[in-house]
Write a protein that binds this ligand. Structure first.
Ligand code: SF4
Length: 341
């Protein structure tokens, strides 16, 4: 690990000022990903700005009747918060599908958005990787790519975003609140993470020095019919091969409104608003779900070891929408890979 200096920020303004004074600085919250990256020599910040003392851990009423999640609230406190469980149970389920209890106790909401891909080659500094070292090449294309993207990838990078929480936030249409040298602004969740394009080293649309301060959940009720379905190689502490966040509002058997997002398939949480529009006004039947699932993966393209994900994603979407309709999903969000759709 390379030497670095440390400053415990006393206020948001102090943190932002520190960052702007030291270009090689990074913010650190729970540190559950950044410290690993530093130990592996993937990240080399010269200066860390500790966020632990900032008053950003509250979960409270948000604008327009929604709920505001502090950026420094832990994933565990968020998942188990009574208002999150009552009004946004899809988010609670998505969070609890991720990581381990120990990690969820340390990891913060802001840090969850900032975590980096788990592409094997990104962590292996002996191999080329455009995300770690722009212009060096992509070892996953032509390498072992079982966990990689099937949607939205580029010839420069086929990595996936690892978060479960972010798939729930994408489906629910959250807003990311940030503070930076130019002041405060709000970023719609769908615009926060990037597809790789020609610049896979840039994961998100934050401007230099901007700090996530909160996540706003909209005042919409998707608490009656929802599921977070996560398919992975083992039943705990593994990243998703494919995950689906699905939520419906139903009038009898007819879908009044739908939310649908996928994880494990792209460089960003993959919300599909066209699929949501296709579901609206349709009967909540397997035939409808199969038609929509086929449309979601229409443009998918796999590589040598991950083409199976296209069919897996299709089946997972159908299963998730059926579970959301019937609310028959198990309490434990883990579902084994060999389950039938
Ligand atoms: Fe690096 Fe992306 Fe290629 Fe993985 S997929 S080796 S992160 S460029």
């Amino acid at each position: 690990m390379h030497p670095f200096t440390y400053h415990a920020a006393t206020a948001v303004e102090d943190a932002v000022r520190q960052h702007s004074q030291r270009p090689a600085a990074q913010y650190i919250g729970g540190g559950t990903n950044l410290l690993d990256l530093m130990k592996e020599d993937v990240e080399r910040p010269a200066h860390l700005i500790g966020l632990g003392k900032l008053p950003l851990a509250a979960i409270e009423a948000g604008p327009d009747g929604g709920l505001r999640l502090g950026a420094l609230a832990t994933n565990a406190d968020t998942a188990w918060h009574p208002e999150v469980q009552r009004r946004y149970p899809l988010l609670s389920q998505a969070i609890l599908a991720g990581a381990s209890p120990q990690l969820r106790n340390m990891a913060t909401n802001g840090g969850n958005l900032m975590q980096r891909t788990r592409c094997y080659y990104f962590y292996d500094t002996a191999t080329p990787c455009n995300k770690r070292e722009p212009g060096s090449g992509c070892s996953a294309i032509g390498g072992y790519n079982r966990i990689h993207a099937i949607l939205g990838h580029s010839p420069q990078c086929i990595a996936t975003h690892p978060s479960d929480m972010c798939v729930g936030l994408a489906a629910l249409g959250a807003t990311v609140r940030v503070s930076g040298p130019q002041g405060e602004r709000a970023i719609p969740f769908r615009d926060f993470h990037r597809l790789p394009g020609d610049a896979p080293h840039i994961d998100n649309t934050l401007r230099p020095g901007e700090l996530i301060t909160a996540l706003d959940l909209p005042n919409e009720d998707f608490s009656q019919h929802f599921t977070y379905l996560k398919l992975r190689d083992r039943s705990s502490y593994a990243f998703a091969l494919v995950s689906v966040a699905a939520a419906l509002q139903l009038d009898g058997d007819t879908i009044r409104a739908a939310r649908l997002a996928l994880g494990g398939v792209a460089h960003k949480p993959w919300r599909d608003e066209e699929a949501e529009a296709m579901l609206q006004g349709q009967p909540a039947t397997p035939a409808t779900f199969r038609r929509v699932a086929a449309a979601v993966v229409q443009g998918a393209h796999g590589f040598e070891h991950n083409t199976f994900k296209i069919e897996l994603a299709k089946r997972a979407i159908v299963r998730a929408l059926r579970q959301a309709t019937a609310m028959s999903q198990p309490l434990n969000p883990n579902v084994f890979l060999n389950s039938n759709p």
